[in-house]
Design a protein around this ligand. Structure first.
Ligand code: APR
Length: 252
């Protein structure tokens, strides 16, 4: 197969995924589809700190609906292929996802860098406690969750989804691990799958990979906004392309 990527004994593979990778599982993407998630909502209402301050009930309902939806779907062959790749390559493979749906983890990927946060994690808006796993649904004002640790100190603090919203910084340690993975690679393959390249700084990773001498490959159904960073575009569905994309040379 001509589109196969040869993975040599010193090759490192960085895979960045976006909403398109979960599309075949039945989760709507954000853009470029008639039922795109952002089509029905104003981004600034449901995915910004200002939106949350204004109407936390609506924001929690939005993420609760996504929690409920993601729980009913299953990983697809694209997720499963990436989990296998990671098992085969160990720490020569890094998986970075902008998806918050947890499907990579459910397919067996470990570790997964959830660069935009996780749908099933909640954190306090005030105290520094670690984000914690949370599958609960908060649909009405009466359901709004508050921090028990703050309550123990007579403070009332709302809990919020552990999602990187527009206008917020990425986790610096995550970003540092990704850029270190790129700069430490002698022979790098960077694959972006199912992401429209519209959201920065993640959309810049392809340029970093290219500038450090990496081979840059896009697996995507439609055109992307950071197309100039890619040397190759394999057009189509990630669930069909990823399972046969990598040709791993056996160790010598
Ligand atoms: N296989 C491959 N690509 C697909 C598939 C598929 N089965 N289905 C859709 N696509 C492509 C679309 O053509 C589109 O280019 O996936 C891309 C999805 O793009 P977006 O909806 O913009 O999603 P993403 O790039 O992940 O968004 C980035 O934006 O809204 C924020 O924080 C949110 O993490 C998200 C970020």
């Amino acid at each position: 197969m001509t589109n196969q990527l040869r993975v040599g004994p010193n090759t490192r593979v960085l895979v960045l995924t976006g909403a398109g990778v979960s599309a075949e599982s039945g989760i709507p993407t954000f853009r470029a589809s008639a039922d795109g998630l952002w089509e029905n909502h104003r981004i600034e209402d449901v995915a910004s700190p200002e939106g949350f301050a204004k109407d936390p009930t609506m924001v929690w309902r939005f993420y609760s609906e996504r929690r409920a939806r993601a729980a009913t779907v299953a990983p697809n062959p694209g997720h499963i292929a990436l989990a296998k790749l990671q098992r085969d390559l160990g720490d020569r493979m890094m998986l970075v996802t902008q998806n918050v749906d947890g499907l990579h983890q459910r397919a067996g990927s470990d570790p997964v860098t959830e660069i935009h946060g996780g749908l099933y994690k909640t954190r306090c808006t005030h105290c520094e406690r670690e984000p914690f796993e949370d599958h609960d649904l908060y649909m009405t004002e009466g359901d709004l969750p508050f921090c028990a640790e703050c309550a123990a100190q007579n403070k009332t603090s709302l809990l919020r989804p552990h999602i990187v919203w527009f206008g917020e910084m990425l986790n610096a340690a995550d970003l540092h691990r990704v850029t270190r993975f790129i700069s430490n690679a002698e022979d790098l393959i960077f694959v972006a799958a199912g992401t429209s390249g519209a959201v920065y700084p993640v959309a810049n990773l392809v340029y970093r990979a290219k500038n450090s001498g990496g081979r840059t490959v896009l697996v995507n159904a439609d055109e992307v906004q950071n197309a100039s960073g890619f040397q190759q575009w394999i057009r189509g569905k990630s669930g069909e392309i990823l399972p046969t994309l990598f040709d791993i040379e056996p160790p010598v």
